[in-house]
Design a protein around this ligand. Structure first.
Ligand code: PLP
Length: 526
């Protein structure tokens, strides 16, 4: 009752702390009216934003926004959600970067599907923690079904298992932890005189392509491996790991008496969306008895798509990372690590008498036995609701639309002499740069770099579109990551026009007189 007193209609002052009033904020029995009204209010604000957003971003700068946030007195509560939401409009909602907007083309962020957002509201309110059965019950079983479902789509076999994680970074870390433990175990088992663990660790090496994700290197550091532990394997022109180069590196390690602990293949590199040749890499790993981890954080969307064959070979992996929050249209966080052999997850198992006593391990399904986390969100519910409401095929069709649009955008870019594209996409990224006309003078390279960087920044500042940038062969490139089925080709061409305008204007302003003749305008004039 008392919370109604804080509604905007009746802004009575709050009573002293410790009274019945404070408890009215707790979600629970007989307080559900305030709960429903507050959540509906919040949802209403977001809905209004989504309907109104004409641009993906307002172009606000940190200098403009920081004072707004700084002005908030965190020791002076507003007492009701309407006022707090009004304030939130100024400090967050007004200037947030909106991924649902068709001209948001920057990073691996997807628009989210509504069934998953409903699940998000359910899971945070019930607030199950998936570490133990006695904190989740059905949640544990739902997560396990989804792990089995994913493992089956991957083709990992009947002994597979896995766990939901906070993201691809954590999934990769855990995969490499398991691989490290298995490598240590085998190395000691196979030696005439088992070396101490401390003797094995510095000799472990992880092989991964030069285009793989930086979380592999981070994981190596966290796992206490040598600074040189990550061996970078060269790629072909399409940015896929070269199997012959892998074989070559393995031979080199063997001669140096080093231990290849894992090969990390990428199914969808972050920059190029390129998929390493999984069947060939799997063969190399099988022949040498090396753990194969496939980082499919991005490419996992193919599991429900018409283009599933692009993942052929993934069924031979020892472990796989999937990020549902990248290509399954799920809200952050939603990710999982899958393993071919469930017994390898024991390397993450620790028992605490108060939580998951060893004596219960057989009888009670405690997910904490398989996880690096303890208290853990029921993120699996989002995928569950998605599959139950719309189904896997619908998710796959959405991803397919994105892939088809990317292929069409590649055609447009390659036909446009103002742009140069690096590779033909397998998934949904396009790495390209604006060129100051046909035929680039090497002397202009630095200027061209700066023009591209400027184009991205100017576009971001205008809020008309958001694109990413990256570096290829020491040159600055622009990048589209397409994950929104609502992005039409007209959005893509409109953003390209804006980028070309910004870059051209920069060149016109900064080209030195003798170089200015290379700018398109001058060339036309001459
Ligand atoms: C995004 C990404 C990651 C990291 O995943 P997070 O969910 O951001 O932690 C790892 N690998 C690849 C290939 C990725 O694209």
């Amino acid at each position: 009752m008392s919370l109604l007193a804080h509604s905007p209609e009746d802004p009575s002052p709050r009573s002293a702390p410790g009274t019945e009033d404070d408890r009215s904020y707790l979600l629970g029995h007989a307080r559900t009216e305030f709960y429903q009204r507050s959540v509906t209010e919040g949802v209403g604000r977001v809905a209004a934003k989504l309907d109104a957003a004409e641009r993906p971003f307002t172009g606000v700068t940190p200098a403009e926004l920081a004072p707004e946030v700084g002005r908030v007195d965190l020791d002076q509560p507003l007492g009701d959600s309407a006022a707090a939401l009004d304030e939130l409009e100024r400090v967050y909602l007004r200037d947030a970067v909106y991924f649902h907007h068709p001209r948001y083309l920057a990073h691996l962020n997807c628009p989210v599907v509504i069934p998953a957002v409903v699940a998000e509201a359910v899971l945070s309110a019930v607030n199950s923690s998936l570490d133990t059965w006695d904190q989740s019950a059905g949640g544990t079983l739902i997560e396990r079904r989804l792990i089995d479902w994913t493992a089956q789509r991957l083709g990992l076999g009947r002994a597979a298992d896995g766990i939901f994680t906070s993201g691809g970074t954590q999934s990769n870390l855990q995969a490499l932890l398991l691989a490290r433990e298995e490598a240590c175990r085998l190395e000691r088992k196979n030696a005439a005189v088992p070396p101490p663990r401390s003797g094995v660790l510095p000799r472990l090496r992880i092989l991964t392509s030069e285009c793989s994700h930086f979380s592999v290197t981070k994981a190596a550091m966290l796992l206490g491996l040598d600074a040189e532990a990550v061996v970078s394997v060269p790629c072909d022109q399409d940015r896929r790991m070269l199997p012959v180069a892998l074989t070559h590196e393995l031979e080199r390690l063997r001669q140096a008496d080093l231990v290849p602990m894992a090969v990390v293949a990428t199914a969808g590199t972050t920059d190029f969306g390129s998929i390493d040749p999984l069947p060939e890499l799997a063969r190399v790993c099988r022949d040498s008895g090396i753990w194969l981890h496939v980082d499919a954080a991005y490419g996992c969307g193919l599991l429900t798509s018409r283009h599933r064959p692009l993942l052929d070979g993934i069924e031979e992996a020892d472990s796989v990372t999937v990020d549902y929050h990248k290509s399954f249209f799920q809200p952050v966080s939603s990710s999982a690590l899958l393993v071919r052999d469930h017994t390898t997850l024991r390397h993450a198992t620790y028992h605490a008498d108060y939580l998951n006593p060893a004596r219960n391990a057989e009888r009670v399904p405690n997910q904490v036995d398989k996880s690096l986390q303890t208290t853990r969100r029921f993120d699996a519910l989002k995928l569950w609701m998605t599959l139950r409401v719309m189904g896997a095929d619908a998710v796959g069709r959405l991803f397919d639309q994105v892939l088809e649009r990317t292929a069409a955008a590649w055609e447009i870019l390659t036909a446009d002499p103002r742009f140069e594209v690096v590779t033909r996409p397998q998934l949904s990224t396009l790495v390209f740069r604006w060129l100051p006309g046909d035929g680039t003078d090497p002397a202009q390279a630095g200027l061209c770099d700066r023009a591209n960087l400027h184009a991205r920044e100017a576009l971001f500042a205008s809020g008309e579109g958001v694109v990413a940038s990256t570096v290829v062969d020491d040159r600055h490139y622009l990048k589209f990551t397409l994950l929104n089925p609502d992005t039409e080709l007209s959005d893509i061409t409109a953003v390209l026009e804006l980028l070309a305008e910004h870059a051209g204007a920069y060149l016109a302003r900064h080209a030195t007189p003798d170089r200015a003749e290379l700018s398109p305008g001058d060339r036309q004039a001459s």
